[in-house]
Design a binder for this molecule. Structure first.
Ligand code: MOS
Length: 733
């Protein structure tokens, strides 16, 4: 029997690639309209206190300025904290823009100038004069560690007896790693274009990872009916978590539109991209103890993170230390220090990217102290169940990651002695680390319909933040119905489409992909039913002898065009909608993605400069829907991990309580010249538990472990252990 070639598993080009590279793809701040107004945000210059006076006369006298909004004249808002919550809120009272005269952090929006052009608005913003009554502030986590309190999120209960296991260990490591504040810095700054329609409804193009999250948020804070708010996000120029919560430009643009009954756009400047969420600074103490063979007898991970005074931001910072390796005596703790700053926000592999730095750095230190090869040490302590949950992993091809990664890297040729691999004036170092991320699945809905020309349209309110969602959903849909990908249109980024979760956590393929597949499989059943009705001669052929593909139904040796079958149906179309639940098989398993990262660094001994010449990243993430877009996610993660290791750090002037290097000139990220050879690949991993696609998601795992691997390589090269990230040259000299 003829079989059709599946498009899932193929490295298909992005379906939106041409639109993007030719500039036809429009981003939130690019939608035009005659008479559109522009808002510019005026930000606070103090970190804590009260606004005593806002003088807007001079700004209002600029020709072309229509309005200056501040806390005194903004439209009516909901008065309760809870109404400002959203699907990714932290515990506490969400920030309420222009709510009152309180200044809670430096960079807080205090006024919005609305004018006929962006330039006029921005200029007039410089003429808004604000007088403050300043309070003392604290923005320095390092100086305020005593003020920490228990994080409200659960951390796993201690198991076994850490103190005893640690005391009995032949080798002990007790080290503290610190990581800095980092900012997401997507290429596309946050922007909202609010089209005000004559009936008072709002059609909003927003930079977001959750169209329906923004719709709910606006509905609650402005008391505008949901059916009068439509949020669109056709294209998103990177987000990495920065678009998980509605950002303040959105309510500000809506305030202006509702006040003026006009369409308004508010775009944040690059500097203002540093005035909301970020990856929080952390301080993490790791205590590891092992017996003479390197078996872990005790793991202690005590972390402190920063948060704002109004919300308790938590992330999974220490969980990884209780689940990646087998150990009976584990104690994890996590505390928060509230500071006069904005609330942190999930940022690519939130918690794991920074927590695993400490765990995998400490493990390298244990390997050195015990005289065991770092890969061997990890193999000895491999866990096939998650100790935090007491459940087996649905799959965990981490040993294959170690093997294949080490093989490709040439790890067996490593001389374990630090400073032993010099080449000319460069010290060469080889280091490695493991990585882990959750493989989650959320509820999601999708709709599929097919018409008489055989064109399949599938939709869900999810977004595509650059990850390739349009493309992989097209592939999943094409295979599930049996049509060519060129006959599939996938619609997303629209709050009016079937319900989808935020795009985050690496769970979009798992969640939305499963819904898409289910809706398309129902369509396939409907097509077969229609065929059996129109062709009684094939009605009795059992479904096992029917194939779908290339736009055709193959019944034994007879071929029928799907388009013709649909054309014969009532209404000449078929459609199906599904609300998909997380797979029932998941409940008795733990599900996660894993990686092994190998890094070569070259350190100039005289200058302290570190160059990463090679990276090998082996990843186990279940079935890969699109090897091309999935590998792109890994590459992006690896590059970002190099930035975490060596460059990225948002510096605060604690005297002023504000970020200083708030621009891409001074906030350093890796550029092409910083990137050496990256070999990122997937090992085979079969998993029929995680979800019906067997696919675990790849958005986050690429970054996890990279910074630790660099750090471990730097130690191997130099003999110097830098535990304060990023590893800048001053720390190596
Ligand atoms: Mo990602 S931090 O889950 O957007």
């Amino acid at each position: 029997m003829n079989t059709f070639k599946a498009v899932t598993g193929q490295p298909m080009d992005r379906v939106d690639g041409v639109a993007k590279v030719t500039g036809q793809a429009r981003y939130a701040g690019e939608y035009p309209e005659q008479g559109l107004l522009y808002g510019s945000v005026v930000s606070s210059t103090i970190a804590s206190g009260r606004v005593v006076q806002i003088d807007t006369d001079e700004a209002l006298s600029v020709p072309g300025v229509l309005l200056v909004l501040d806390h005194r004249n903004r439209p009516r808002l909901s008065s309760y904290d809870d109404d400002y919550s959203d699907a990714d809120s932290a515990e506490g009272s969400p920030f309420r823009p222009l709510y009152n005269d309180r200044v809670l952090y430096s960079g807080q929006p205090l006024a919005l100038v609305v004018a006929q052009t962006q330039e006029i608005a921005r200029y007039a913003g410089s003429l808004v004069h604000i007088r403050y009554e300043e309070d003392a502030h604290q923005t320095d986590l390092g100086a305020a560690l005593d003020a920490s309190h228990e994080a409200p999120a659960e951390t796993p209960e201690p198991r076994g007896d850490f103190a005893q296991g640690y005391a009995e260990s032949a080798t002990q490591v007790d080290v503290t790693y610190t990581t800095p504040v980092e900012h997401h810095n997507p290429m596309e700054p946050h922007a909202s274009t609010v089209f005000y329609r004559p009936d008072g409804s709002l059609e909003i193009h927003d930079k977001t990872q959750g169209t329906q999250n923004c719709q709910d948020y606006l509905h609650k804070i402005f008391d505008v009916p949901k059916d009068k708010i439509r949020i669109l996000a056709a294209f998103v120029g990177g987000a990495f978590g920065s678009g998980l919560r509605p950002q303040y430009q959105l309510p500000l643009a809506v305030m202006a539109a509702l006040t003026l009954k006009r369409s308004v756009r508010v775009t944040l400047t690059r500097q203002q991209m540093f005035t909301f969420g970020y990856r929080p600074r952390t301080s993490q103490r790791l205590r590891l103890g092992a017996d003479g063979e390197g078996r872990l007898l005790a793991i202690g991970h005590d972390a402190i993170g920063q948060t704002s005074r109004f919300e308790d931001f938590t992330e999974h910072l220490v969980e990884w230390s209780g689940m990646l390796y087998r150990c009976d005596n584990v104690a994890l703790s996590y505390r928060l220090v509230p500071l006069d700053v904005y609330t942190p926000l999930d940022m690519r592999a939130p918690g794991a990217a920074s927590g695993v730095i400490a765990l995998e750095g400490a493990l390298d230190e244990l390997a050195c102290a015990a005289g065991i090869d770092p890969v061997a040490l990890r193999r000895i302590n491999f866990a096939d169940s998650n100790g935090n949950e007491g459940k087996p992993y649905s799959s965990k091809a981490l040993l294959e990651c170690y093997d294949q990664g080490a093989e490709r890297f040439g790890w067996s040729k490593r001389n374990p002695v630090p400073r032993s691999m010099r080449e000319g004036k460069e010290l060469v170092g080889w280091g490695m680390a493991g990585g882990v991320w959750e493989a989650m699945q959320m509820k999601a809905s999708a709709k599929a319909s097919i018409d008489a020309s055989g064109k399949l349209t599938v939709s869900s309110a999810t977004t595509d933040i650059g990850t390739g969602t349009y493309t992989v959903m097209t592939q999943i849909a094409a295979d599930a119905v049996g049509v060519l990908p060129s006959d599939v249109t996938f619609l997303l980024g629209d709050s009016s489409l079937p319900t989808a979760p935020l795009q985050g956590g690496s769970f979009t393929v798992s969640s939305v992909g499963s819904a898409v597949r289910q809706a398309c499989l129902i369509l396939r059943t409907q097509i077969l039913e229609a065929l059996r009705k129109s062709h009684p001669d094939v009605a009795d052929v059992p479904v096992e002898r029917v194939r779908f593909g290339d736009g055709h139904v193959l019944v034994e040796d007879r071929r029928f065009s799907i388009a013709e079958v649909v054309a014969g149906c009532e209404g000449a179309a078929l459609q199906a909608q599904v609300d998909a639940e997380p797979s029932a098989k998941r409940s008795s398993f733990s599900t996660a993605t894993h990686s092994a990262v190998f890094v070569e660094v070259r350190v100039d001994e005289a200058l302290g400069t570190v160059r990463v010449s090679r990276v090998v990243s082996a990843v186990a993430a279940g079935r890969v829907i699109n090897p091309k877009t999935a590998r792109s996610q890994l590459l992006g993660g690896v590059v970002w991990g190099l930035g975490m290791a060596l460059q990225e750090e948002t510096l605060t002037d604690h005297g002023l309580g504000r970020f200083m290097n708030h621009s891409l000139a001074e906030y350093h990220v890796p550029v092409h010249a910083d990137i050496g050879d990256i070999d990122a690949f997937f090992v085979e991993e079969h998993d029929d538990v995680v979800n019906e696609l067997g696919s675990k998601g790849v958005g986050e795992i690429g970054i996890v472990g990279v910074a630790a691997a660099v750090s471990n390589a730097v130690y191997h090269a130099t003999g110097k252990r830098v535990r304060d990230f990023p590893i800048t040259l001053d720390k190596l000299l």
